[in-house]
Design a protein around this ligand. Structure first.
Ligand code: SAM
Length: 260
């Protein structure tokens, strides 16, 4: 259906649209993702952090603002161009690498990072095994790997938000899930209105976590943030407080097992 190169070309094609719309954040980033990943990460002052699939670098800049020294990479050259242009901080180094390519990952230095962050990228990757298996090598002892991804149950191409009211206010909502267990790939909108569809690789929660367990990680935190009931963002059938029962994001923290 697509090649790795086509996966990346789609992100290159929407990089300017993404950066113009996203800038330094939106409700997903500000209300759901950053508060959770910030809490799961250790105090950042002086820490060396790797930001995997950094996009336009907005999380890298947040990390640097809290005192971290950040190495950030993305496989889209155009995203990295936007990230560099939007960054004043000297504490951030950007690179172009593909997180599913073992040769690219082999370039990463050993024992270098005190923490790793990967926000809203795992569902864009056709294969998470190479990344999971390289992380124990590049992370220092005791380091944590914090991730946030589209919730595989409620926020996937197989899940449809349904709102049974005409205006959406106070009316019953549900999420209709048409498939879950079977891994799939499809072209999807990471952001409403994007000019080219990007690839979405659906995995169940167990399929998502298994490669990290196989690589020697232990999961010690799991979070499912959702919008608060009084959040009024979005259209009647898009994410916001009307769907507060259903978390659109799954976030967690892995740690290297002690003996490694
Ligand atoms: C939804 S954006 C998230 C960007 C950023 N982490 C954030 O939360 O704002 C997904 C990003 O992952 C990048 N990406 C997807 N697959 C990748 C891969 N195999 N290697 C590196 N970057 C990848 C895309 O180019 C895109 O910039």
């Amino acid at each position: 259906m697509s090649t790795r190169r086509e996966d990346r070309d789609a992100w290159d094609a929407i990089a300017s649209f993404w950066h113009d719309r996203m800038g330094e954040g939106n409700d997903f980033v500000d209300l759901l993702i950053w508060p959770i990943v910030r809490r799961l990460l250790p105090p950042l002052e002086g820490l060396r952090v790797i930001d995997i699939g950094c996009g336009n670098g907005l999380f890298s800049r947040k990390l640097a603002a809290e005192g971290a020294r950040v190495y950030a990479f993305d496989y889209s050259t155009n995203m990295i161009d936007h990230a560099r242009a939007a960054t004043r901080e000297h504490a951030i180094e950007y690179d172009v690498l593909d997180a599913v390519d073992p040769d690219d990952l082999a370039q990463l230095p050993t024992d270098r990072f005190d923490a790793a962050l990967c926000t809203m990228v795992l569902m864009d990757m056709r294969n998470v095994e190479p990344l999971m298996s390289v992380l124990p090598r590049i992370l220092a002892r005791g380091a944590s790997f914090v991730f946030a991804t589209a919730h595989p149950c409620f926020n996937s191409p197989h899940a449809r938000l349904e709102n049974f009211g005409r205006d959406g206010e106070g009316s019953p909502t549900s999420v209709r899930v048409e498939a879950y267990r079977t891994p799939s790939r499809s072209r999807d909108m990471a952001m409403t209105g994007q000019p080219v569809r990007t690839l979405f690789f659906h995995r169940s929660i167990s399929d998502l976590l298994r490669p990290a367990f196989a690589a020697g990680f232990v999961l010690d935190a799991l979070e499912e943030p959702s919008f608060s009931p009084d959040h009024r963002g979005g259209r009647a059938s898009s994410w916001g407080g009307r769907f507060h029962e259903f978390p659109p994001v799954l976030a967690g923290r892995f740690r290297k097992r002690k003996q490694e």
